[in-house]
Write a protein that binds this ligand. Structure first.
Ligand SMILES: Cc1cc2nc3c(=O)[nH]c(=O)nc-3n(C[C@H](O)[C@H](O)[C@H](O)COP(=O)(O)OP(=O)(O)OC[C@H]3O[C@@H](n4cnc5c(N)ncnc54)[C@H](O)[C@@H]3O)c2cc1C
Length: 385
């Protein structure tokens, strides 16, 4: 067992770090305003800019043609260090889009929807609702047959990127209003009549949006159903599960960013006539931050290794997701402490990484839901359905 990067992985890490520092940092700090939601045009311009650099879009593939999750982890960690928005956008623009494009099966669907998966475009996934989020099986959005097609009515909440997406995959229950109905996935054009999208202001992740999506008598052709005869809930949850490994390394990147900021500040800030880095209690905070980042990283790589081998990894992914996101909150909070009042200053990097980290314990399964998954694996008893 070797828990270190090999030579190629180390070289890749250095190359992504250099790309992040030299190309991404200026984009976030001077070219676009990352303190507010990026527009669709800005997202497309950033996507084009990333694509100009070979390293900006894809991590290497395994021999089987799948993304190598260790390299993917390195990539996501390093770009999250600069701004979490880069990792969220890269995920939506370059990774998630492939999982979703696989839902287009017929030639007709490809004709109708392929443009939504084009370069610089994103497709959002709308599973969560006001009354059904940790438990999406309680979703109420309805798809009724209307003529040869469908009519969608419902209310989706917290849909990432919907305001700038070219398409939205909406999970809806088929059939009459109060019937049990199977869940299926439907492709919705955000410009469709009856589809109303409102961005929601949240604590962190300033440059990307979470959205409220209201669907009122939205008419769709028959081909809009992406999972006919299949379990659409399972297919939707599978898309969410694919995102988890990336969220783990986003959290690692934020913890690492907080650590680097804190070390740098501790070495230059003086009190009592000495750099604060020389105080043992400050060093203790730095030591704890580095341990939180490193343990998260190792749990992430263990989950990634199991996934790449095709071994069961559900509990390992849950352990890594729950741990790394909570660890990022702790590490970024300690980072603020090292900076003193300066760390609380709005717009200062220390408070930004804390706000961003705080966003990650909730999506793709809350910490509590992942703990229940681990508990189920340990005991064989499910604490939820
Ligand atoms: C940054 C971000 C991005 C997101 N992106 C998307 C997206 O693209 N698409 C989408 O569909 N959704 C998205 N979501 C929504 C996300 O999936 C939900 O927020 C999440 O499932 C939790 O649902 P909730 O917020 O309604 O909390 P609730 O489900 O109401 O839970 C509230 C609290 O109760 C706890 N809880 C719930 N059930 C149990 C239980 N059985 N046992 C113990 N504790 C429990 C939770 O852990 C939590 O602490 C996103 C959310 C965030 C924050």
């Amino acid at each position: 067992m070797d828990l270190c990067y090999d030579e190629d992985q180390q070289a890749y890490r250095e190359a992504v770090r250099q790309f992040a520092d030299e190309v991404l940092a200026p984009i976030a700090r001077t070219k676009y305003d990352f303190t507010q939601a990026l527009t669709r045009k800005e997202v497309q311009a950033i996507a084009a800019e990333l694509e100009r650099h070979e390293i900006g879009t894809v991590a290497p593939l395994t021999a089987a043609g799948q993304p190598d999750l260790i390299y993917l982890g390195i990539f996501i960690e390093e770009i999250s260090r600069i701004d979490l928005a880069f990792a969220a956008l890269a995920n939506a623009l370059f990774f998630q889009v492939w999982d979703m494009a696989a839902l287009l099966r017929s030639e007709r669907q490809k004709q109708l929807y392929r443009h939504m998966f084009g370069r610089g475009e994103m497709v959002a996934i709308a599973m969560s609702e006001p009354e059904a989020a940790s438990n999406p099986s309680e979703m109420r959005t309805r798809a009724r047959q209307a003529g040869n097609g469908w009519q969608l009515d419902g209310h989706k909440l917290w849909t990432s990127h919907a305001a700038v997406a070219a398409g939205i995959v909406v999970a809806a229950r088929k059939g009459a209003q109060d019937g049990p109905g199977h869940v299926s996935l439907f492709m919705v054009d955000p410009d469709e009549e009856g589809c109303e999208i409102t961005p929601i202001d949240t604590l962190g992740m300033d440059a990307t949006t979470l959205c409220d999506v209201r669907l009122t008598a939205v008419r769709l052709p028959a081909e809009a159903e992406l999972t006919p005869g299949a379990d659409g809930l399972r297919a939707g949850l599978h898309l969410v599960e694919q995102a988890r490994i990336k969220v783990i390394f986003m959290a690692v990147g934020l913890a690492q960013a907080a650590l680097e900021l804190a070390v740098s500040y501790a070495k230059q800030r003086t009190q009592f006539g000495r750099p604060i880095a020389s105080f043992q209690l400050v060093q203790e905070m730095l030591a704890e931050m580095s341990t939180l980042a490193e343990t998260s990283r190792l749990l992430g790589y263990r989950a990634a290794s199991l996934m790449m081998r095709g071994d069961p990894a559900r509990a390992e992914v849950s352990r890594a997701k729950a741990y790394s996101t909570e660890a990022a909150v702790k590490a970024t909070s300690l980072g603020i402490q090292v900076h003193g009042a300066m760390g609380l200053t709005k717009g200062y990097a220390a408070e930004k990484v804390f706000r961003d980290a705080r966003m990650l314990t909730i999506p793709d399964g809350t910490t509590e839901i992942h703990q229940l998954v681990i508990g189920r694996q340990l005991t064989g008893v499910s604490a939820f359905r």
